[in-house]
Design a protein around this ligand. Structure first.
Ligand code: AHR
Length: 484
């Protein structure tokens, strides 16, 4: 399992950057203007990697606007979110923030309104040690050592008609291939992500990936997947089973990539970068054109409840179950914008319900992922048919000998008994669950800990058999460690 599975995403959108991670003048801001409360929560969340600066934002972004003396940086129109971008926060600020947060940066390139030359210039500015115009410019900007960013996205969602510089698969495949060729000439060890479909409902889902990979196969390392699950149509059973869709997407795109590899007679395996995933009440958002021009408005600041947290837990289980193929994953986004961390300008920061399954999974999923196929009752869903009520996975950490079990019960009405046969010599050391009498309970600035994981009850161990009960609509973690 790759640590890069526990990624997140910081986009110049709404209040993710401004008054999210960056708020000079906030009582808890450090000398760089970074909110230390958000930095602490980011570390607690266990995020390993952060994608930046977009998202749709990147497709009309000029990275040069965000470097150099702040007072000389131009304000620009961000067409993706109809926002006024001050450029007070840019590449070097993000890299300084990422170092403080202890996360790996994943940079996205603008292949919407820009091309190969600008991509190369950014990579030279960011990664070349010195002695060239752009590397010396970085040094003149006070950053002596290269950032050495290893992971680059070749654009964002270019199959989407909403994207600035939207392209056909043929157009994008050609541009991505030419950009990848140039970047690999600069440094053959860079890891590159080609854009896959924006979601599985796109009319070109599958054929887009096939055409793009035919053009780029030997030059890229990953193909991207994006998926947002919307609870707002009232079909709660299907929403709870969203992991079935994510699982299907992963298998479909892995099969598509392997089909292209077979046609090209290549022995290389393309990995998957699930670099945008989350729960998003998308039907509350009325589209980019409905937005009034503003600085950094409150955009898609969804308040998450217990059911949303159970779904986020189940999506993490799905990513782990596919860890042999998914090498990168980023929950979108980190702060305020459909995010586990919420803030108020000048005020507090708090953990949303979805923070908790992410933090515990990132902390305890270690080592190898074990194949877990529970035998259980199913629930009937409108979108995915009969779906197993229990969705689970487990990891085995070779160094400590610990086995950690992650499980959700997607049944809204009935608890589910879970029996696990363990290897000899293991005993439970921790059992936590996220569930509530009221599945619509949420956290807020006033009640930041209304929903937190609580110790589970009734876990029994007889010989090597552990038994527990999963409450309806719940996410659980059980850690087993070798006995002394
Ligand atoms: O995360 C919000 C937006 O969702 C991103 O900007 C875009 O890539 C996706 O459509």
């Amino acid at each position: 399992m790759e640590p890069r599975l526990f990624g997140s995403f910081v986009e110049h959108m709404g209040r993710c950057v401004y008054t999210g991670v960056f708020e000079p003048g906030h009582p808890l801001a450090d000398p760089d203007g970074f909110r230390t409360d958000v930095l602490e929560l980011t570390r607690e969340l266990g995020v390993t990697l952060v994608r930046y600066p977009g998202g749709n934002f990147v497709s009309n972004y000029r990275w040069e606007d965000g470097v150099g003396p702040v007072e000389e940086r131009p304000a620009r129109l961000d067409l993706a979110w109809r926002s006024l971008e001050s450029n007070a926060f840019g590449l070097n600020e993000f890299m300084a923030w990422a170092a403080k947060a202890g996360v790996e940066p994943m940079m996205a390139l603008n292949l919407g309104t820009r091309g190969v030359a600008e991509a190369l210039e950014l990579v030279e500015y960011a990664n070349y040690p010195g002695g060239t115009r752009l590397s010396d410019l970085r040094r003149a900007h006070g950053v002596d050592k290269p950032h050495d960013v290893r992971l680059w996205c070749l654009g964002n969602e270019l199959d989407g008609p909403w994207q600035m510089g939207h392209k056909t698969a043929r157009e994008y495949g050609r541009l991505a291939a030419e950009t990848a060729r140039a970047l690999k000439r600069f440094d053959q060890d860079l890891s590159l992500v080609a854009c896959g479909s924006s979601n599985s409902g796109m009319p070109t889902f599958g054929s887009w990936e096939a055409e793009v990979l035919e053009a780029t196969y030997e030059m890229v390392d990953y193909i991207s997947l994006h998926a947002y699950y919307d609870p707002s149509d009232g079909d709660v059973d299907s929403f709870l089973a969203s992991g079935a869709d994510m699982d299907h997407m992963i298998r479909s795109i892995a099969a598509t990539a392997d089909h292209v590899g077979a046609k090209l007679r290549s022995r290389k395996k393309i990995k998957l970068s699930f670099d945008e995933w989350n729960v998003w009440y998308q039907s509350r958002f009325h589209g980019e054109s409905s937005l009034e021009w503003a600085g950094h408005p409150r955009l898609i600041e969804d308040d998450y409840d217990v059911t949303d947290a159970v779904v986020v837990g189940s999506l993490l289980i799905t990513l782990l179950r596919n860890a042999d193929r998914v090498g990168v994953a980023c929950q979108a986004q980190l702060a305020n914008v459909i995010a586990p961390i919420r803030t108020e300008p000048g005020g507090p920061a708090w953990r949303q319900t979805i923070f908790h399954p992410f933090a515990l999974t990132a902390r305890y999923a270690r080592g190898e992922v074990l194949r877990v196929e529970p035998e259980c009752a199913s629930i009937s869903t409108g979108r995915y048919g009969e779906t197993p009520a229990i969705w689970a996975t487990a990891t085995h950490d070779d160094t400590t000998g610990e086995i950690t079990l992650f499980a959700v019960n997607r049944d809204r009405n009935a608890p589910c008994a879970l029996d696990v046969t363990l290897p000899a010599g293991l005993a439970p050391v921790e059992h936590l669950e996220l569930a509530d009498e009221d599945p619509s309970a949420r956290n807020s600035a006033e009640h930041p800990d209304r929903v937190v994981p609580r110790p589970g009850s009734g876990l029994r161990l007889e010989d090597r058999r552990a038994s527990l009960t999963l409450p309806p609509v719940s996410w659980s973690i059980v850690r087993f460690a070798p006995q002394e």
